[in-house]
Design a protein around this ligand. Structure first.
Ligand code: NAI
Length: 248
């Protein structure tokens, strides 16, 4: 089987991705600052506890893949934070720094740490960045989130250019809101629904398909991007949003 490194794998979308890739037969190195990332360890899974914005942590994680499972085929960067929303006129410097550090800098370190092993992947390395619909459609109060996720998306596109000669494909998934995650507290959800004059249920399903998009559905999109098909696809953005382009 193949070997995947997944960041942010203790919760939400990252956790669903780690589970989906294991179901598809991959061994997984799961990285998170939350020690619960170790709870599901098994012969095909190892948890690495640490801060993804520390290059040393990412180096250790890549090493765990090579030492423990014989190489690295897939990197999925899913760790992320949604800093407390604040308007630019009253920007919170700590939230700004945290957003940039986790959502941008840590992605750069993950790419750098994974590259030497990805180059060796027999079927060509594959990278997926969990980006956000917010990059194309930023919201008020989300300056730190929008700026940091946009910068990461640019990093991924540069990696797609630089690593094409190495046979490494780099793609992005762009979920809109995914509510079965740590980012969406009940308070944030109630506040957003009220902002649009909707009930919570209306707000959650405000897309063309009328579905509440789940972490598992995002994980399915990631699996399709890394499972060995789509061999002519790199630098692409795959939206996972119930088709909400024409809705709020
Ligand atoms: P989550 O809060 O459930 O999961 C994020 C995980 O990242 C947590 O386990 C957390 O401990 C980990 N993490 C955060 N900072 C870290 C650090 N410095 N070092 C190590 N681990 C760290 O939230 P969710 O929603 O599953 O987030 C996953 C990704 O999905 C993020 O990149 C987020 O920007 C993206 N996303 C989320 C959307 C949503 O509506 N939930 C929509 C679009 C994108």
């Amino acid at each position: 089987g193949e070997v995947a490194l997944v960041t942010g794998a203790a919760s939400g979308i990252g956790r669903a991705i780690a589970a989906e890739l294991r179901r598809a037969g991959a061994a997984v190195v799961a990285v998170d600052r939350d020690p619960r990332v170790r709870d599901e360890d098994a012969v095909d899974r190892v948890g690495v506890v640490g801060d993804v914005s520390d290059p040393e942590v990412m180096r250790r994680a890549a090493e765990a893949a090579v030492r423990g499972f014989g190489g690295l085929d897939v990197l999925v960067a899913a760790a992320g934070v949604f800093p407390e929303p604040t308007p630019i006129a009253r920007l919170d410097p700590a939230g700004w720094d945290r957003g940039l550090r986790v959502n941008t800098t840590a992605v750069a370190h993950a790419l750098t740490a994974a590259h030497p092993a990805l180059v060796q992947a027999p079927r060509g390395g594959r990278v997926v960045l969990v980006s956000s619909k917010n990059v194309a459609a930023p919201g008020p109060g989300a300056a730190a989130y929008s700026a940091s996720k946009s910068a990461a998306a640019q990093l991924a596109r540069v990696a797609a250019l630089e690593w094409a000669p190495d046979g490494i494909r780099v793609n992005l998934v762009e979920p809109d809101a995914v509510f079965d995650t740590g980012i969406w507290t009940p308070e944030l959800l109630a506040e957003r629904a009220a902002q649009y004059g909707m009930s919570v249920q209306e707000y959650k399903t405000r897309n063309l398909l009328g579905v509440e998009v789940s972490s598992t559905q995002v994980a399915e999109a990631v699996r399709v991007l890394v499972d060995g098909g789509l061999t002519a696809t790199t630098g692409a953005h795959l939206t996972v949003d119930g088709g909400n382009d024409r809705v709020v």
